[in-house]
Design a protein around this ligand. Structure first.
Ligand code: HEC
Length: 124
């Protein structure tokens, strides 16, 4: 039984380590505060207005317009959209920005995430 608990704790730890890519890294190391880690996943360190600026600055909608037309925002609202969690949102933003040779900082991910989440995704 003890072994099971240890394994569980380890699992939690590694989830936390992954989460720290987008969470404030200060939040993570303390296991008892797992609930605050969950909070941080919804881009609580980001500022939606700053995110909107970055979105324009990096011309994020350029390719999206090619793909879905209009102002490109339909990529975030299409019924079969791929992003269903904050983790996936980070992953997709990383992929997209990688194509244009840009590495988003964790702060930029938070801003962009806050913007897209507030405006389109409404993920918890
Ligand atoms: C080089 C072209 C390109 C650029 C630039 C680009 N994207 Fe994308 N993006 C795509 C394509 C193509 C898809 C659709 C992929 C798919 O259908 O699975 C996509 C999908 C997405 C999605 C997922 C939509 C869904 O289905 O839920 C997000 C989020 C996203 N992009 C964010 C961004 C952000 C943020 C930026 C700017 C930093 C950006 N993208 C810049 C090409 C691009």
């Amino acid at each position: 039984m003890e072994k099971v608990i240890t394994t569980l704790l380890l699992l939690c730890g590694s989830v936390c380590a992954q989460a720290s890519t987008f969470a404030d890294s200060d939040v993570c190391p303390t296991l008892p505060s797992l609930s605050s880690t969950a909070q941080a996943t919804s881009f609580s360190d980001g500022d939606a207005q700053a995110g909107e600026k970055l979105f324009d600055q990096y011309k994020c909608n350029g390719c999206h317009i090619d793909k879905v037309g209009g102002d490109g925002s339909a990529i975030f609202t299409r019924p079969d959209r791929t992003v269903t969690s904050p983790e996936e949102l980070i992953k997709q933003m990383t992929l997209c920005s990688g194509i244009i040779g840009k590495t988003l900082t964790i702060q930029e991910q938070q801003h962009l995430g806050a913007y897209l989440n507030q405006r389109y995704y409404k993920l918890k």
